[in-house]
Design a protein around this ligand. Structure first.
Ligand SMILES: Nc1ncnc2c1ncn2[C@@H]1O[C@H](COP(=O)(O)OP(=O)(O)OP(=O)(O)O)[C@@H](O)[C@H]1O
Ligand SMILES: [Mg+2]
Length: 393
């Protein structure tokens, strides 16, 4: 108490206000709260004076400050720039331009004070205790690669959390690979562009698996998490589901399965298939590349299991047919070769047993080598397609 100097005039004013209005009046001085309240009992009225020390977490930004100081101490120069929520509001022109919505929040277009365009991901307030958020900040700030999206800053003000990324003018890859009738034809990419995108993503993943000081496993590789810059250079985004693990660890234990239905490796939801490791990302990569080739979802979650045609299964049956896989507009021989390469490599990537899948380094070698040197893999599934449990759609 002695460290606080309560202004007498304010206290008197507060007292009379409470008496006159019969409404509780509150005055805050530093971490102390003074409350006057008129209470009535039988025919008597009396004034209740309450002195309350505010808890640390009620104090604006006090708890965050400690967390952030610990974070900055841990990551030093790798820690990206922190922005206040007020700055975020200004940057996004009060959240005017919505770019999309994911499982963790909304993404808005914004502009930095230096004129650079950014994408600001505002995380849902209710989800988690900030662990995923700090995970994403920590993971991305350790990376620097042409095929990994750059994190320019973040905001962490109690429940207000945001990530600021470089803006990708073409958005996410999913918009370019699923053909939805003739109107959408113009959005389809050339085979060579698809091949370059697949190659770029493989380079980004190889970097995450082999090139950083700490191996980063992504666990949510899918077309929605691949962003395209103005030259269609692919950038892997969304590390919120990633888990940092030491380089020497090749298999990690996970309390619960992570990922998205259709791309999640079998061992992630059923340990009988083997341990969870960087090979789980290889599986997701393979499923994604098959979708790029097929121009459709491998597993259409809206279609009943019995009537659907499982694309990986179909393509495996047709791969050794000499020419024309009946895929969209393959014209030149070179395109046919690119397509076959993409198919064979991705069929290797989606092998059930993680040990049979190549590393991303091997994937790059196969993609860049000759088609003739590639061996057709064994059938990647036992009989019927493996359907992932509904974890996140
Ligand atoms: N850096 C960026 N530049 C441009 N657009 C972006 C950027 N980041 C995200 N977007 C857009 O915002 C959309 C939503 O992204 P978000 O990551 O929140 O959701 P998602 O990838 O669909 O799902 P998930 O929550 O599983 O990641 C994307 O599909 C993309 O179109
Ligand atoms: Mg995403």
């Amino acid at each position: 108490m002695s460290s606080h100097s309560l202004p007498i005039s304010s206290l008197l004013a507060l007292f009379f206000l409470a008496v006159l209005t019969k409404v509780p009046t509150i005055l805050s001085v530093d971490d102390l709260q003074v409350e006057f309240q008129v209470a009535a009992e039988s025919n008597h009225s009396f004034i209740v004076l309450r002195l309350k020390r505010k808890s640390l977490s009620n104090h604006p930004l006090q708890g965050d400050k400690a967390t952030m100081e610990a974070f900055i101490k841990k990551f030093g120069s790798f820690a990206p720039k922190q922005y206040s929520y007020r700055e975020i509001k200004k940057m996004t022109n009060k959240f005017h331009d919505n770019l999309g919505q994911g499982g963790y929040g909304k993404v808005y277009r914004g502009k930095m004070s230096d004129g650079r365009f950014v994408a600001v991901k505002i995380l849902n307030e209710s989800k988690g205790n900030g662990e995923d958020f700090m995970n994403e900040v920590a993971s991305i700030s350790r990376t620097s690669h042409i095929n990994i999206v750059t994190l320019l800053g973040f905001c962490f003000e109690r429940s207000k959390r945001a990530l600021i990324y470089e803006f990708m003018p073409h958005g996410s890859l999913d918009k370019f690979i699923y053909s939805q009738g003739s109107n959408n034809q113009s959005r389809q990419l050339e085979w060579k562009t698809l091949y370059d995108i697949a190659l770029g993503i493989a380079k980004g993943l190889e970097y995450l698996h082999q090139g950083c000081n700490t191996r980063i496993l992504h666990f949510d590789i899918k077309p929605h998490n691949i962003l395209l810059d103005k030259n269609f250079c692919p950038k892997i985004s969304d590390f919120g589901l990633s888990k940092l693990c030491e380089r020497k660890e090749s298999i990690i234990s996970m309390a619960c399965a992570r990922g998205t239905v259709g791309y999640i490796a079998p061992e992630v939801f059923c340990r009988n298939f083997g341990g969870v490791s960087y090979k789980s990302d290889v599986y997701s990569y393979g499923m994604m590349v098959l979708e790029m080739v097929g121009g459709r979802k491998n597993i259409d979650v809206g279609v009943s299991q019995t009537s659907e045609v499982y694309f990986p299964s179909w393509i495996y049956e047709h791969i050794d047919q000499s020419m024309n896989l009946n895929l969209k507009a393959i014209i030149a021989e070179e395109e046919e070769e690119i397509t076959r390469k993409l198919i064979i490599v991705s069929l290797w990537c989606i092998q059930c047993d993680p040990c049979d899948r190549p590393s991303m380094t091997k994937v790059l070698e196969m993609l860049q080598g000759s088609l003739q040197s590639l061996v057709i893999p064994p059938k990647p599934f036992v009989s019927s397609p493996l359907r992932s449990p509904k974890i996140k759609e």
